[in-house]
Design a protein around this ligand. Structure first.
Ligand code: CP
Length: 307
């Protein structure tokens, strides 16, 4: 039986065993979703988003609705945030209405964790992305996608390429996949987009994407996070694509049948060619579908305890 989580603000909230159990549950849901439908009828989830989102917000809503939960969507635009209400006061206001789960996306690091610390018992905080720090439910769906396509994590030689420095997706994926025993993680991108910190422990950095992809069997492309960049030169789309984009030719340097992932949103023709994004090797739409299963597994786990 999976040990229930109180909150899901980062990969470090979970033991390796809990992550493996969440993945096993998500895999079961992917194989027969009907068994799990309407098993949380009457529970409530609030999506509290201070940044734009398509995939994460909609899939938390879809996951909760499949489980029979009520869903309320709050975005900073159009809420009393625009009248100056703080994040904390907004959180307390929403919490007072009795939700089981509050899913938070915020541009500043650490805010989901800070809210989890003041949440009442029975209110579970889920981090849907905080600044450049973490996006743990994305890591869960990425790991699920890899688990469906490889026998063991240890056989995966994954390239993560692009703007690693500003990517919360990369940080959470590196932590998660390292815990799960991935064979190799290679990071590639322009020097100004490479992180210098601890997240790179156990990873190998390449200054050429051609070199990084040779022999790889999975490649995750990342977009340039323009909204988080100031004071750095951002190369033009064509120039970037030539050096750091995943083209058909470049993909041909990888192992035969190498899988391609991208968390989305994609910038076609910049970090990834359309022909690659839409190719048979692309798992990008599977990732989106797995977002539903991974988030259902997460909500089932968090809401198991009755208060
Ligand atoms: N991958 C991801 O977080 O996408 P959204 O910004 O659309 O939610």
């Amino acid at each position: 039986m999976t040990k229930t989580l109180e909150h899901f603000t980062g990969i470090s909230d979970c033991s390796t065993e809990q992550l493996e159990q969440l993945l096993d549950l998500a895999l079961k849901i992917s194989q027969d979703i009907s068994t799990f439908e309407n098993t949380r009828t009457g529970r409530m989830l609030v999506n509290l988003f201070y940044e734009p989102s398509t995939r994460t917000r909609v899939s938390f809503e879809a996951a909760a609705k499949r489980l029979g939960m009520h869903v309320i969507n709050v975005s900073a635009i159009g809420s009393s945030v625009e009248k100056g209400e703080s994040l904390l006061d907004t959180f307390y206001t929403i919490q007072a209405m009795g939700p089981d789960c509050i899913v938070v996306r915020h541009p500043e690091e650490g805010n989901a964790k800070a809210l989890a610390e003041v949440a009442e018992p029975g209110v579970h905080v889920i981090n849907a992305g905080d600044g450049t720090a973490a996006h743990p439910s994305q890591a869960l769906l990425d790991a699920l996608t890899l688990k469906q396509n490889f026998k063991q994590f240890s056989e995966i030689r994954l390239v993560m390429a692009g703007d690693i420095r500003h990517s919360r997706v990369a940080r959470s994926a590196i932590k998660m996949l390292t815990k799960l025993g991935i064979g190799e993680i290679r990071l590639a991108g322009p020097a100004e987009f490479m992180p210098g910190e601890v997240t790179t422990a156990g990873t190998v950095i390449y200054d050429s994407l051609d070199e990084a992809v040779r022999g790889a069997n999975a490649i995750m492309m990342l977009r340039i996070q323009k909204e988080r960049i100031s004071g750095l030169h951002i190369p033009g789309g064509d120039e970037y694509h030539r050096e750091w984009g995943l083209s058909v030719n470049r993909l041909g340097l990888a192992s035969e049948g190498c899988f391609v992932l991208h968390p989305g949103p994609m910038n076609r023709g910049v970090e990834i060619a359309s022909e690659v994004a839409d190719s048979r090797q692309s798992l990008i739409r599977s990732q989106v579908r797995n977002g539903l299963y991974a988030r259902m597994a997460l909500l089932l786990n968090l809401t198991r305890a009755a208060y």
